[in-house]
Design a protein around this ligand. Structure first.
Ligand code: GLA
Length: 415
């Protein structure tokens, strides 16, 4: 949801996507609120986008993932009302949404506002007393880049509503897990995107300086220290600008294939698969004659091996052996490209060129079909790797990519 810095015409330096300081974000959105509604908001709340280190398309399979919260955040200035009315404006969108909270239901909100008002709807569905509100949103999380701009919006609204209504959920992890579940319902049921829960957990439950090891089977977490600079390394994010769209059929189709596999294997989720070869043999037998058999086998292989890669990265991080995380990322990319088939040309190019230019490893991140890739690079190589990727995109006549260096920042909260 932000315009990257234009390329420097004198040096041709790659575009970097700047994160606003929190004070800056709060100032911007407060000024926009005053201008729009002629009064001061009750306060400003913000929530980060995320980038996932490893464990992709595992969340809706009750598996493991390891996201960090980005420095790029979505800011919400909000003021409660005494009635049921909601008025929502965004610095990134021209359309203002206005309606009654009581009228919100699946299928009734067809715009970006679904992510915001959907959270208030989900809170009410969950028995929480939430009234109408006026709100203005502004964000420096790049939109459509697979860095969870939608979860950042949901989670900023969630902590705002929690605070203004004194619900007391933002104060501990159990409460934040409940807020995350409201955001997931908003996304699944009001915005109509059949996503898992990683993005909302990352935005609400991460800790500064740590990656969040999230076990989607029971919702438990472990905070793993994540300070790449202490190891002379950096996580370079490449926004390929190939815009992804989760509401289209591909994501849902992957989910269905995993459900078909779990059913054929007689397990509640693919997380229960321990012996991969035995599971693949069983699928051969149960799905014999099914046109989807070969595809379903590959989907299962990705999910099971990616869970193992998360465990491997956890062990490497615990042993302070961060350099060896690189090849695990590259293996995950091959699995996402070949077995899960969610990569696209731009993502493959970004990863291949980054690795050829000296990155220790890299992979596409998020849902896929566009969006971003990450590369684990030596700190001194960030510019060189980014320049190599930008040059390869120019040679291929692709839209210029944009870059950011991801550090593990704070979760959603009041500004
Ligand atoms: C999107 C979804 C997440 C997750 C990832 C893939 O980001 O929102 O729930 O499934 O794709 O790991």
């Amino acid at each position: 949801m932000t315009t990257p810095e234009p390329p420097d015409p004198t040096t041709g330096a790659p575009e970097m996507i700047a994160a606003w300081s929190r004070a800056d974000g709060a100032r911007r959105v407060t000024a926009a609120f005053r201008e729009r509604f002629g009064t001061a908001p009750d306060g400003v709340w913000s929530a980060p986008g995320r980038v996932n280190v490893i464990g992709e398309h595992t969340d809706y399979n009750a598996g493991l993932c390891l996201p960090i919260a980005l420095p790029h955040r979505t800011y919400v200035a909000l003021r409660t009302r005494d009635d049921d009315r909601v008025r929502l404006a965004s610095a990134q969108e021209s359309a203002v949404w206005e309606g009654d909270l009581g009228g919100v239901a699946p299928g009734t909100v067809g715009s970006w506002a679904a992510y915001a008002v959907g959270v208030a709807w989900a809170a009410r569905e969950d028995g929480l007393a939430v009234r109408g509100f006026d709100a203005v949103v502004d964000s420096c999380v790049p939109y459509g880049a697979g860095l969870s701009s939608s979860a950042a919006l949901e989670c900023a609204v969630a902590v705002a509503l929690d605070d203004v209504h004194g619900l007391g959920l933002g104060g501990d992890d159990a409460g934040r897990a409940r807020l995350a579940s409201l955001c997931i319902r908003a996304e699944n049921e009001i915005a109509g995107a059949p996503t898992g829960g990683m993005d909302q957990a990352a935005s609400l439950r991460c800790r500064e300086g740590h990656a969040l090891l999230l076990d989607n089977r029971d919702g438990s977490t472990r905070h793993i220290p994540f300070d790449l600079s202490a190891h002379g390394l950096a996580l370079l994010v490449v926004d390929t600008r190939a815009e992804h769209q989760l509401a289209d059929g591909q994501y849902g189709a992957r989910r269905r294939q995993c459900e078909i596999a779990a059913e054929a294997l007689g397990v509640p989720s693919l997380r229960e698969v321990e012996d991969l070869d035995a599971a693949l043999d069983r699928l051969d037998a149960v799905l014999a004659g099914d046109v989807e058999r070969e595809v379903v086998r590959r989907r299962v292989r990705h999910v099971v091996t990616d869970n193992r890669r998360v465990e491997l990265v956890e062990r490497l991080m615990d042993a302070d052996d961060v350099e060896h995380v690189g090849p695990v990322l590259t293996a995950a990319h091959a699995s996402l490209r070949d077995d899960y088939e969610v990569s696209v040309r731009e993502l493959d190019l970004a990863v291949d060129v980054a690795v050829a230019a000296g990155a220790l490893g890299g992979r596409m991140v998020g849902g896929g079909f566009g969006g971003s890739a990450v590369a684990l690079v030596r700190a001194g190589d960030v510019d060189r790797v980014a320049s190599a990727v930008a040059a390869a995109f120019a040679d291929a006549r692709l839209t210029a990519p944009a870059f950011l260096v991801a550090t593990a920042e704070a979760p959603a909260g009041r500004d």
